[in-house]
Design a protein around this ligand. Structure first.
Ligand code: CP
Length: 312
């Protein structure tokens, strides 16, 4: 089956064959990173606008690199320094950018539903690069690609997602994607950071780190999103780190020797992960970042290529 959607807004809306197509397309593009000349003509003449209203290191940079490696013209918009500071609304800004005929707009915004709004209002393709605590589908896709590259398959794997589940768009997108591909997901964290919806999505729940990490193939550690958090959800970051921070000692005592440690970034060293775990032999955190470029190339290729029937 080929790609037919105008937009990529969420993992919830995709079925297993669409997720597999996205992961397979990304996998086929990975070798471009090892070429001497990292450029293919697939999206020559196409324009990609990165419309970022929230901070980003990995997502924005990798979409820019991905677009450039595919020969698209890539324009980076950030709210600071734009007419947003003069009072222009989000939707007016987006409509003005759409009037310049981009093929794809990649949007990050602090409000859930921001990408859906643009998809309804604008004729170009929209990619959700993170909307509030809702979804971050390309992060889930790069997590899936990393897991398949390291473990060889999806079906039957067990993943523990640990930490601030309540404020995490990555957790929501990962749960949707992993469950659709036949994986078991356990979420773990303090009760105040576990929302009730996770069980409806088919995830198991654990309130003890040592129990959650005991029999899993992958441990996905999440950042405490203090910028989205009301006060009183955790006693202190020090106490959180004591109970929920992953150390080499806890891994050695409770986890399997072949476990993968993942984290979407940015990492708060010493809170959710000790530096020895972040940089240690179990960690594939930088592999995730590398695969992010391939995933974003695949997404841009399928969305922009859909319009003209172009292939890589
Ligand atoms: N994982 C992730 O979305 O990182 P950035 O916020 O740096 O884009």
């Amino acid at each position: 089956m080929g790609w037919t959607r105008k937009d990529l807004l969420s993992m919830r809306e995709l079925d297993a064959s669409e997720i597999t197509l996205l992961v397979d397309t990304a996998a086929s593009l990975q070798e471009i990173a090892s070429r001497d000349i990292k450029k293919v003509p697939a999206l020559r003449g196409k324009t990609v606008v990165n419309l970022f209203y929230e901070a980003s290191t990995r997502t924005r940079t990798s979409f820019e690199i991905a677009g450039k490696w595919l020969s698209a013209d890539v324009i980076n918009f950030s709210a600071s320094g734009s007419s947003t500071s003069k009072g222009e609304s989000f939707i007016d800004t987006a409509k003005n950018i759409a009037a310049m005929s981009p093929d794809v707009v990649v949007v990050r915004h602090s409000s859930a539903g921001a990408a859906d709004l643009l998809a309804r209002e604008l004729p170009c393709s929209i990619v959700n690069a993170g909307d509030g605590a809702h979804e971050h589908p390309t992060q889930a896709l790069l997590d899936l690609l990393t897991i398949r590259e390291k473990k060889g398959h999806f079906e039957g794997l067990h993943v523990a997602i640990v930490g601030d589940i309540a404020h995490s768009r990555v957790a929501r997108s990962d749960i949707h994607g992993m469950r659709k591909l036949g994986m078991t997901v356990t979420v773990a964290g303090p009760p105040t950071l576990i929302p009730p919806y996770v069980q409806e999505l088919g995830a198991k729940v654990s309130y003890r780190l040592e129990d959650a990490i005991g029999d899993v193939d992958v441990i996905m550690m999440l950042r405490l999103q203090q910028e989205r958090m009301r006060s009183g959800l955790i006693p202190s970051t020090r106490e959180y780190a004591h109970y929920w921070g992953l150390t080499l000692d806890k891994l050695a005592r409770h986890a399997r020797p072949d476990v993968l440690i993942m984290h979407p970034g940015p990492v708060n060293r010493g809170i959710e992960l000790s530096p020895e775990v972040a940089d240690g032999p179990y960690s594939v955190i930088l592999d995730q970042v590398s695969r992010g470029v391939a995933v974003r190339m695949g997404v841009l290729l399928l969305l922009a290529g859909r319009r003209s029937g172009e292939a890589a």
